[in-house]
Ligand binder design. Structure first.
Ligand code: ZN
Length: 55
């Protein structure tokens, strides 16, 4: 199953970031990196899982 996280879905209306991966751990790492670098906000593992959708 492919999982997807997009910033719009997470409340960042003006951010086009979208990532899809079958590997949940990898996806979470990428989202955490993006969030810290782009939004200056660190998110937890469970924060990412909350906004993760099946693609
Ligand atoms: Zn973003």
């Amino acid at each position: 199953m492919v999982h997807e996280v997009n910033c719009k879905g997470a409340g960042y209306e003006d951010c086009e970031f979208l990532i899809r991966s079958e590997n949940v751990d990898e996806l979470i790492r990428f989202v955490q990196q993006h969030s810290e670098q782009t939004h200056g906000q660190s998110v937890s593992d469970s924060d990412v899982r909350t906004v993760m959708q099946d693609a």
